[in-house]
Design a binder for this molecule. Sequence first.
Ligand SMILES: Cc1cc2nc3c(=O)[nH]c(=O)nc-3n(C[C@H](O)[C@H](O)[C@H](O)COP(=O)(O)O)c2cc1C
Length: 175
Amino acid sequence: MTAGGPVLGLVASAAGGVESWLRAGLAEPLARRGWRLAVTLTPTAARWLEAAGELAPLAALTDLPVRWTSRLPAEPKPHPVPDVFAFAPATVNSTAKLALGIADNQALTALGEALGRRAPLVALVQGNEDQRAHPAFDGHLATLRRCGARVLLSGGPAAVLEEVDRVTDQPAGHR
Ligand SMILES: Cc1cc2nc3c(=O)[nH]c(=O)nc-3n(C[C@H](O)[C@H](O)[C@H](O)COP(=O)(O)O)c2cc1C
């Protein structure tokens, strides 16, 4: 963690495997690269990570709270505005909601605003064949890409790391 350093918004939704690779495959390498992590989970992803005992070790990687609920109006914002976002894994459900501007949880609230201000955003969309065959799926990806998001459909967390390095123009180990 780097208090005061560049902030990466790491947003994860409930796609299979998130509980096994989010921390070790993505959050730890990002933290090692010097990113201060602002982690936000969908409510379902939070439930999965909690059941897997992953919430505490994830929280230990950052000085910022891991979020999955909204703040009360009188509370200060728990996260600064991130410089860049990694949305991984992105379920087909949360991808569709993001493309449509639906912000019915904290993860989508953060992502929707990021998309609106055209912040650098890398999304690893993970879905099975039937989910990807939904008639609206390609349109949702096109919407995200039109807003400058880098949309990955394969490659796992390693591809996300590579793409984050690319969009932030910083090779690994130089942050
Ligand atoms: C074991 C399991 C694995 C799943 N894997 C995926 C997946 O890889 N991609 C996906 O889009 N949905 C997957 N789902 C379905 C999502 O969890 C479901 O659509 C959920 O409502 C997504 O919520 P979220 O987008 O708010 O995280 C899976 C569900 C289960 C139970």
